[in-house]
Design a protein around this ligand. Structure first.
Ligand code: CMC
Length: 440
């Protein structure tokens, strides 16, 4: 069974490109979506003109049509299937958002119950996976472990990986969403030398994750509802973010027909970078490096100095040139958590002061560098007692939902082709091989 959905973009005129050397004109169609800028359809550019486009970092390039997430970076808007992120964070929960991203609509009561049941009943991992962890050093970065273990799921769950079959795709998607908290918590337990904690079906998705992270067999672990709510919000706010680097990686890997677990492992690898998901860990490391509030100006000066590689982590975004709407929600959650936990931490004071100074500094104002989601998620996770090296793992857990939704959408897209960018070659022109003895 192969479900190919209909494309929904509309034709809205054309642009004409004139080659200055030949005077030849090429008309290129313009396509419009529901929201956001229209796009010039350049699929016929090379065959019609002999030119490629050049866009390192894809700053002006749309690589797919999507119905999942919309971002207006200038206005600071983020919508999932049309619903504003703030409303979802306030009124929904992570699994409901997962359903929305994956299926396109909010579930009714029966659909919500069935989905929660399905995810809850897939949370255990194959017992043999326990032994896989033992092959890693205890001091390995948990993201390295995640890449290995999630990639290895392809070796454990090969009963439903016909990616042309929508039922198989949904089984793989459910398994990934369900098992990520278990795999992430196991990576943590392995690092700290504690026994793995099995999932519990009487807990919610987020409570179960916290339980698997923090419970130990020798005493009862009580879940703090403020902690669970804050974690659930962090998961909602990281669930999807349009065609970012890791999602584009998952789509590109998946475009070759690769195994779904291998595609998600590729997404995790991309997310690990400090310019992407690794930023929340980098925020806390940066705060640890700044000794006192009085020394903040020194670090602001370093961030502005082009000869210094130091950047203010948690500030700036490729797409948002306004306040990151996810940061707005988390800023509030951050103060709730700090109040509830009665935390009066020096590093948190530095963070608050840093934010204040950066928001009033001409360099940051001119470049529209606002705090992003990672600035606050790093602070909240620190306050929840989560070690910094686990921050990006939690991001990966949440983003798995977006990755599988986008992967499914890509496979259902009738215009989907294997991803294969072109290049502007600037290397040596053709030359003859020189035998070793003749080389000077
Ligand atoms: N500190 C100091 N200067 C900065 C920063 C920063 N955090 N971010 C950007 N700039 C400067 C940059 O030097 C450049 O200056 P100029 O115009 O004088 O050359 C200007 O602002 C534009 O920056 P850019 O590097 O061209 O922007 P980009 O779109 O390529 O990079 C970014 C976006 C997120 C990689 C970058 O802002 C950054 O490295 N931020 C810190 C890391 C971070 O917090 N990343 C998390 C992103 S949010 C999570 C996610 O969605 O994955």
């Amino acid at each position: 069974m192969s479900a190919k959905s209909q494309q929904a973009s509309k034709s809205s005129g054309s642009v004409t490109l004139t080659d200055p050397s030949s005077g030849q004109a090429l008309e290129l169609p313009v396509l419009s979506g529901t929201l956001g800028p229209s796009v010039v359809d350049i699929r016929a550019l090379y065959s019609g003109s002999g030119y490629f486009t050049y866009d390192p970092g894809y700053t002006s390039t749309g690589a797919c049509e999507s119905k999942i997430t919309f971002i207006d970076g200038e206005k600071g808007i983020l919508l999932h299937r049309g619903y504003p992120i703030g409303e979802l964070a306030e009124q929904s929960d992570f699994l409901e958002v997962a359903y929305l991203l994956l299926r396109g609509e909010l579930p009714n009561e029966t659909e919500a119950k069935d989905f929660v049941d399905t995810i809850t009943r897939h949370t255990m991992v194959h017992e043999q996976i326990n032994y896989l962890y033992r092959g890693f050093r205890r001091d390995a970065h948990p993201m390295a472990v995640m890449i290995g273990v999630v990639g290895a799921l392809a070796a454990f769950y090969h009963d439903a990986t016909d990616i042309g079959d929508s039922t198989h795709r949904m089984i793989a998607s459910h398994r990934l969403i369900a098992k990520m908290p278990t795999i992430a918590a196991m990576a943590y337990k392995y690092a700290v030398g504690q026994p793995f904690v099995y999932p519990r079906n009487d807990l919610t998705y987020t409570e179960n994750f916290l339980h698997m992270l923090f419970a130990v067999p020798c005493e009862e672990y009580k879940i703090n509802p403020v902690q669970a709510r804050a974690m659930d919000r962090i998961l909602i706010l990281h669930a999807d973010h349009e065609q970012n680097a890791s999602t584009s990686t998952v789509r590109l890997a998946g475009s070759s027909g690769a195994n779904p677990y291998a595609c998600i492992a590729a997404g995790i690898a991309t997310l690990w970078g400090p310019a992407h998901g690794g930023a929340n860990e980098a925020v806390v490391r940066m705060l640890e490096e700044i000794p006192t509030v009085e020394q903040i100006p020194e670090y602001i000066a370093r961030a502005k100095d082009k000869n210094d590689p130091f950047r203010l982590m948690g500030f700036g975004h490729r797409v948002y040139k306004n306040y990151d709407p996810r940061a707005t929600v988390l800023r509030e959650t951050c103060s709730e958590v700090l109040d509830d936990f009665g935390i009066d931490d020096d590093k948190l004071k530095i963070a608050v002061e840093l934010e204040k100074i950066a928001l009033n500094d001409e360099y940051f104002i001119e470049r529209k560098l606002y705090p992003n989601v990672d600035f606050y998620s790093g602070l909240i996770l620190k306050a929840l007692g989560i070690p910094p090296e686990l921050f990006t793992v939690i991001f990966a857990l949440a983003r798995t939902v977006g990755w599988v939704a986008q992967w499914n959408e890509m496979i259902e897209d009738p215009s989907q082709k294997i991803g294969r960018p072109r290049q502007l070659y600037t290397g040596a022109a053709e030359r003859s091989f020189i035998p070793l003895a003749d080389r000077g």
